[in-house]
Design a protein around this ligand. Sequence first.
Ligand SMILES: [Mg+2]
Length: 131
Amino acid sequence: MKNIESEIKRFLVERGWDKLRPSDLAKSISIEAAELLEVFQWTSLDIEETKRDAQRIEDIKKELADVFIYAIEMAILLHLDVEKIVMAKLEQVRRKYPAELMRKNAKEESGSGADPKYWKIKNSARRSKKP
Ligand SMILES: [Mg+2]
């Protein structure tokens, strides 16, 4: 991870892009995420179908890299430790959606865990955020 961060930091400094506004990076992350979504426009491919589509995989790799790069850029510019913030978020989500509960109820077809217990937890969290 540190190698990627160093490489991105060097890339930014070389181009004078190391003083970007966080809001511009947030917009860029969202734009690149939309480009990733566009790769799936008008499809409903499952994992295996997606993996067999070589051109689609190439497109996914490019857009996913764009998202990663902008996200890591934001972390670098705000002096955030990527590993720490990812691990902290994973721990938060682990507590919110216990693996045993989610796995037991995950739908076999998608493995998304999008069952009634998941939505009960999700909706409760959403309601608690409302003013
Ligand atoms: Mg792109």
